[in-house]
Design a protein around this ligand. Structure first.
Ligand SMILES: C[S@@+](CC[C@H](N)C(=O)[O-])C[C@H]1O[C@@H](n2cnc3c(N)ncnc32)[C@H](O)[C@@H]1O
Length: 300
C-alpha cells in the first residue's frame, strides 16, 4: 500500500521495551504506543506506526533478527509475536489524537498538535507539529535534547546582534527549525533528503506564526552555496550518517558558531568521540537521555 499507514505490533517481555522502542524509531516509526500486558512474567505490547510506503517484509525480518540477538545475549525472554496491519489515514489520525498530547520541553517551549486548543502556560512558546508522515514530534529523546540545547544556545545569544542564522540538517517534521524561529532566529534553512519530510515540514510551517523566516530545501548539505555560513547547525541524524558529515559541517560554521548533533546511541560514544578528535571540532556540552547522546560542538 502507498497511502495510509502500517502498524507493526510486537508482544515481548518488559525488559526489552527500551531496546525495541529505539529499534523501531531507528527503522522510521512515526510513533509508538506501549501497553502493559497483565500476567506473569510481565509483558508489553508495542504498536509502532510506519508510513504506508515502508517495505514491511524486510522490516519484520530485521525485527525478528533483533529479537533473536537479544535472546542470544540472554537479555530477555521474548515471545516474538509480531503482527502487521494496514491502518487507513482516518484511523491513524484518531489513534494519534488519543496519544499525542502537548509536551513541555526545556523552560520556554511547548510542542502541541494542531487540534489541542490549550490553554498553554503563558511563559511558553507554542510550536505546532502535526505528527504525520515524518520523524520529529518531541517525544523522542534525541529531538527533546536538541530542543533543550537549542534553547540554551538562544538564551546565550547576545540581544544586540539580531537573531542567529540557523541550519537544520534532516529537518523531519521541521520541529527544530520552527522552534529556532520561535525562539528568535533571524533565518533558518531546513534541509531533508526525504521529499515526504519536506512536505510534512512545509505543512507544519503553515501551522506556526513565527515560521516565516524558515526555508525548507529538499536535499543534503551539498545543495548549500559555497559561501553559506551559520551561527548554529542542528543535525539530529544517526551515527552512520553523521560521522562522515562532521568535517563538512564544521566548515559551515560562522566564527564562534555551534553545532548540535544527536541521534547517537550511547554505545557509539567512543566512535563519535574519535571522529570528533580527528576533526576541527571539540565537544563543549554533552546530554544523555534514554540511552541517546546529544553533543554541542565548537571549532577548536
Ligand atoms: C531522526 S530524523 C530528525 C528529525 C528532526 N530534525 C528531529 O530532530 O526530530 C532525521 C531526518 O534526517 C533526514 N536525513 C537523513 N540523512 C540526511 C542527510 N544526509 N541530509 C539531510 N537530511 C537527512 C531523514 O530523512 C530524517 O527526516
Amino acid at each position: 500500500m502507498g497511502n495510509g499507514y502500517v502498524e507493526v505490533s510486537v508482544v515481548a517481555s518488559s525488559e526489552t521495551e527500551e531496546g525495541l522502542c529505539d529499534f523501531l524509531f531507528s527503522e522510521g516509526a512515526l510513533g509508538l504506543v506501549t501497553e502493559d500486558l497483565p500476567g506473569e512474567p510481565a509483558g508489553i505490547r508495542i504498536r509502532a506506526s510506519f508510513p504506508g510506503t515502508v517495505p514491511v517484509e524486510p522490516l519484520v525480518e530485521k525485527l525478528k533478527r533483533y529479537q533473536e540477538s537479544l535472546e542470544a545475549l540472554g537479555l530477555c525472554r521474548t515471545t516474538r509475536t509480531i503482527e502487521v496491519r494496514d491502518i487507513p489515514v482516518e484511523d491513524w489520525g484518531r489513534t494519534w489524537k488519543e496519544h499525542f498530547k502537548p509536551l513541555l520541553v526545556g523552560r520556554r517551549l511547548v510542542i502541541a498538535p494542531p487540534w489541542e486548543d490549550g490553554p498553554f502556560p503563558e511563559n511558553r512558546l507554542v510550536v505546532r507539529i502535526d505528527p504525520a508522515m515524518a520523524f520529529g514530534t518531541g517525544h523522542h529523546a534525541t529531538t527533546r535534547m536538541c530542543l533543550e540545547a537549542l534553547e540554551a544556545f538562544m538564551d546565550g545569544w547576545p540581544e544586540d546582534q539580531g537573531g542567529p542564522v540557523v541550519l537544520d540538517v534532516g529537518t523531519g517534521t521541521g520541529i527544530l527549525a520552527i522552534a529556532a524561529a520561535s525562539l528568535g532566529a533571524a533565518r533558518v534553512v531546513a534541509l531533508d533528503t526525504d521529499p515526504e519530510a519536506c512536505d510534512a515540514a512545509g505543512k507544519n510551517l503553515a501551522l506556526n506564526q513565527d515560521a516565516g523566516q524558515v526555508r525548507i530545501l529538499h536535499g543534503g548539505i551539498e545543495i548549500l552555496g559555497p559561501a553559506d555560513r551559520f551561527d548554529l547547525l542542528l543535525a539530529n541524524l544517526d551515527t552512520r550518517t553523521l560521522c562522515p558529515l562532521l568535517h563538512t559541517l564544521s566548515r559551515l560554521l560562522a566564527p564562534g558558531g555551534r553545532l548540535i548533533v544527536s541521534g547517537i546511541p550511547v554505545e557509539d560514544n567512543a566512535t563519535v568521540a574519535a571522529v570528533v578528535q580527528d576533526s576541527p571540532l571539540r565537544i563543549v556540552e554533552r546530554r544523555v537521555q534514554d540511552g541517546w547522546l546529544c553533543l554541542t560542538l565548537v571549532a577548536r
